[in-house]
Design a protein. Structure first.
Length: 265
C-alpha cells in the first residue's frame, strides 16, 4: 500500500533534484531555478505584473543572477522583452560563459554561485518590460557538440533550457517598438552564432567574468544602490529550498523506500 512517506519521497525526487539558475537582481518573478517552460516558466510563475518592477535608466547596469546546480559549460543569455509582452526579441548579451569552478548546493541557497555582468540598458521607454535569463543545458549534449535554441521539431534543438524573468520599467525616451538591438562591440562572444550553443566556460573571480573589458565588470546601477530582496515564494516547488538536508543521503533513503514499496522494478 502506498504510504505518506512514499508520496513525500516522490515529491522530493521530482522537485528536489531539479533547479538551476534565476535572477537575483532585478528580482525574479519566481524564486524557482528550474523552470523549463519558456519564456518565463509558464503562467503559474507570474507575468509582467507579478512582484512589481525595478525602475531602470538607460545606460550601463550590472545585473546579478545565481546558479543553484552547476552544469559544466552551460552558457547564459540575457534578453529584453517587447513592451507589455513576454516576447524576447532583443538580445542584450549572449553566450555568457559558465563558471565551472562553482560548487553550489541546491539545498543551501547561501552557496548558490553568483554571477555579475554589466549590460547596456537601451534608451527606450518601456513601462512593462522584462529581462529574461536563459540557461541551455549544454552539458547534456556532450563536449564538442552543439544544440539549437528552437522548437523540438528542429534537429539538434536544445531540449533542456532553464528560464527566469524579472519585470522592469525602463525610463528612456524612444519607443520600444523602434529599438534595433545589438550586443556591445567589445563583447568577445558577439560574433558567435546567436541561437547555437555548446559547452562554453571561462574563469570568473568574485562573481565577475575574467578576460573581458572592464565595461562588463562594473558596479553600477540599482542592484548596487539598494538591498536586493529575496525572490518571492511560489508554493510547493520551494520545498527543496527550505529543507536543508544531505542530498545524497536522502536520495539513498528515498530509493530504498520506493524499492521496498515496489515502485521501482
Amino acid at each position: 500500500m502506498f504510504s505518506i512517506s512514499g508520496f513525500v519521497c516522490l515529491i522530493f525526487l521530482l522537485v528536489g533534484s531539479s533547479g538551476h539558475a534565476r535572477w537575483k537582481c532585478p528580482t525574479a518573478r519566481s524564486r524557482q531555478t528550474g523552470l523549463k517552460t519558456g519564456p518565463c516558466g509558464g503562467a503559474r510563475y507570474g507575468d509582467l505584473d507579478t512582484n512589481g518592477r525595478m525602475e531602470l535608466q538607460p545606460g550601463k547596469m550590472t545585473v546579478v543572477f545565481e546558479e543553484s546546480v552547476s552544469h559544466t559549460g552551460a552558457p547564459f543569455r540575457i534578453a529584453l522583452s517587447q513592451e507589455g509582452s513576454d516576447v524576447y526579441d532583443c538580445v542584450l548579451l549572449n553566450h555568457i560563459p559558465h563558471n565551472d569552478a562553482g560548487r553550489p548546493d541546491y539545498y543551501n541557497p547561501s552557496t548558490f554561485v553568483e554571477y555579475r555582468i554589466t549590460i547596456d540598458i537601451p534608451d527606450v521607454k518601456c513601462e512593462r518590460c522584462a529581462l529574461q535569463l536563459i540557461n541551455p543545458m549544454t552539458d547534456k549534449i556532450g563536449f564538442g557538440s552543439s544544440c539549437v535554441l528552437a522548437s523540438s521539431s528542429t534537429p539538434d534543438y536544445c531540449f533542456s533550457v532553464y528560464h527566469s524573468c524579472a519585470n522592469v520599467n525602463i525610463t528612456g525616451k524612444n519607443p520600444r517598438s523602434a529599438l534595433k538591438c545589438s550586443q556591445p562591440n567589445d563583447w568577445p562572444f558577439k560574433n558567435m552564432t546567436a541561437a547555437v550553443y555548446s559547452q562554453e566556460s571561462q574563469d570568473w573571480k568574485d562573481g565577475y567574468l575574467t578576460g573581458v573589458s572592464s565595461n562588463f565588470t562594473m558596479t553600477t546601477g540599482p542592484c548596487f544602490l539598494e538591498h536586493t530582496p529575496s525572490p518571492p515564494s511560489t508554493g510547493s516547488g520551494d520545498v527543496g529550498m527550505i529543507i536543508e538536508i544531505n542530498h545524497k543521503a536522502c536520495l539513498f533513503l528515498c530509493y530504498l523506500l520506493l524499492f521496498q514499496l515496489k515502485l521501482f522494478p
